[in-house]
Design a protein around this ligand. Structure first.
Ligand code: FAD
Length: 467
């Protein structure tokens, strides 16, 4: 079977789906191909949503543990976790969201969705192997590659043992492991380590570097390490895993010590959280002369690959790997392909949350990144232990850092470690994107008692110090 379209979009995640929908709404004929069972990509099926659903259960357990403080006496032996119900709730939400996405797509006349695997065969041709029916030969004017990323394998002997899970695998696990070694102290490793600790596993977190969360503000990352330790997670840094072996009751993770020699830890399960790699295998990139570099598909500032009219967005072009980042790229690219002015997202405007406990939110540059750019940096601070809202909720530790340019007082970064930081990042994104001066921030009335007051108080304090 043959088909032609203006734009072929390969991958139906947070990059591909919004690009396809926006282009169809603006008048292009679009063919969207998705190799999974539904629309939503990693974000919906193996990433943002399922991990946060589990985190919510973990958070409820933490709340129950704090209940006494709130005058509620709950016998702890009455609290039981029904993991099968947690998994069932997850599946239901995933299905609802995937169906809702499919409904929205089906309302667009110019957009056709095919479930199957697509591969480029030439610079303006591809073949789709659908789940049902014969192969489809597609000719297109333009193509967007949005095939995302996949977990990196653990490259040591025993890294493929059945009790060694990737982040994909552990989200489908049918029990809470008695003990879990998490290898990798990045965002995914931290989130899942704290979730499984709260759900009842005894967790050890291993990180090769000297601290967790390498690119994150150092002060906040070190403060988060203290939270991990106080929650009962064993943290081992500066260690390099050399092998995973079957042991009497589970696995033994062997790791090299900085000072020489090696040690080992026993656990019933291992989570390999070494980060993700762009999904480029089997895409036929060589047939269309699309180059792949160390970090993923190579693109220019307008997201065009090394082949004219073939573009790429999202995880497949490398860091930062976030759903909102993929969508922002996709929407800018859609405008660009329509010949409209497009603001492609800039790394210095990115916003992200690590759903640790407490949450760690960041927008724009860290203090260190700003200094490395030669900016004269000031930092406005706030201590959440004095905060009314934080005291009321019982999650009353944490800090906010507003990084600003000392010459014009404009905000260039916001970093917060506090339960609720995720919801502070919307305002933080705007402060950074609009380069709001501290004077304006300090005069914007924020409601009391909310965590958002921290922005105003920090700005006022920083300005007062300068007088
Ligand atoms: C555990 C975990 C937690 C995360 N939490 C967050 C979070 O809280 N917030 C956040 O912003 N980000 C989070 N992320 C990252 C986020 O999921 C990704 O950045 C985002 O999904 C990337 O979107 P994408 O469209 O580029 O790729 P994907 O979402 O990976 O989508 C790519 C799609 O392409 C399809 N595909 C691949 N090859 C083909 C082919 N040949 N033909 C057709 N289809 C193909 C795949 O099936 C997939 O559906 C998390 C990730 C993980 C693993």
């Amino acid at each position: 079977m043959n088909r032609s379209c203006d734009v072929l979009v390969i991958g139906g995640g947070p990059g591909g789906t919004p690009a396809a929908m926006a282009l169809a709404q603006m008048g292009k004929s679009v063919l969207l191909v998705e190799a999974g069972s539904g629309l939503g990509g990693t974000c919906l099926f193996e990433g943002c949503i399922p991990s946060k659903i589990f985190r919510e259960t973990a958070q409820r357990l933490r709340d129950i543990a704090l209940a006494d403080q709130f005058g509620i006496h709950l016998p702890h032996d009455l609290v039981q976790l029904d993991w099968h119900r947690v998994q069932a709730r997850k599946r239901k939400i995933l299905q609802q969201r995937s169906e809702a996405a499919a409904r929205k797509v089906s309302q667009l006349k110019r957009l056709q969705l095919v479930f199957g695997r697509a591969r480029l065969t030439a610079p303006q041709r591809a073949v789709i192997e659908p789940f049902e029916g014969e192969n489809i030969e597609v000719s297109f004017k333009q193509c967007i590659l949005a095939t995302g990323s996949e977990p990196r394998a653990l490259p040591v002997p025993g890294g493929d043992l059945p009790q060694v899970y990737s982040s994909d695998g552990i989200l489908d696990i049918d029990h809470i492991p008695e003990s879990l070694v998490v290898i990798g102290g990045g965002a995914i490793g931290i989130e899942l380590a704290q979730i499984f600790q709260a759900l009842g596993a005894k967790v050890t977190l291993m990180e090769r570097g000297p601290r967790i969360l390498g690119p994150v503000d150092e002060e906040l990352a070190l403060a988060l390490e203290q939270h991990l330790i106080s929650q009962g997670i064993r943290l081992i840094v500066n260690c390099s895993v050399r092998a995973v072996c079957e042991a009497d009751e589970g696995l033994s993770v062997q790791y090299d010590l900085d000072e020489g020699g090696y040690d080992q830890i026993h656990a019933t399960a291992v989570l390999s959280a070494l980060g993700r790699q762009p999904r480029v295998q089997g895409l036929g990139l060589e047939n269309a002369a699309v180059s792949v570099g160390d970090h993923g598909i190579v693109v220019d500032e307008a997201l065009q690959t090394t082949t004219p009219d073939i573009y790429a967005v999202g995880d497949v072009i490398g860091q930062p790997m976030f759903a909102h980042w993929a969508t922002a790229q996709a929407l800018a690219l859609a405008r660009h392909l329509m010949g409209q002015p497009a603001l492609f997202p800039k790394p210095e405007h990115n916003t992200a949350t690590i759903y640790s406990s407490p949450e760690l939110g960041m927008a724009g540059l860290t203090e260190a990144q700003a200094k490395a750019k030669g900016i004269e940096v000031g930092v406005a601070r706030y201590d959440f232990s004095q905060d009314a809202r934080a005291q009321i909720t019982g999650y009353d530790s944490g800090m906010l850092k507003i990084v600003y340019n000392k010459t014009d007082h404009k905000v260039i970064g916001v970093h917060a470690l506090v339960e609720g930081a995720a919801d502070l990042m919307g305002e933080a994104a705007l402060l950074v994107r609009a380069a709001v001066p501290l004077e304006v921030l300090a005069s914007a009335i924020h409601p009391h008692p909310t965590l958002t007051e921290s922005f105003v108080v920090a700005a006022r304090a920083a300005l007062a110090e300068r007088r």
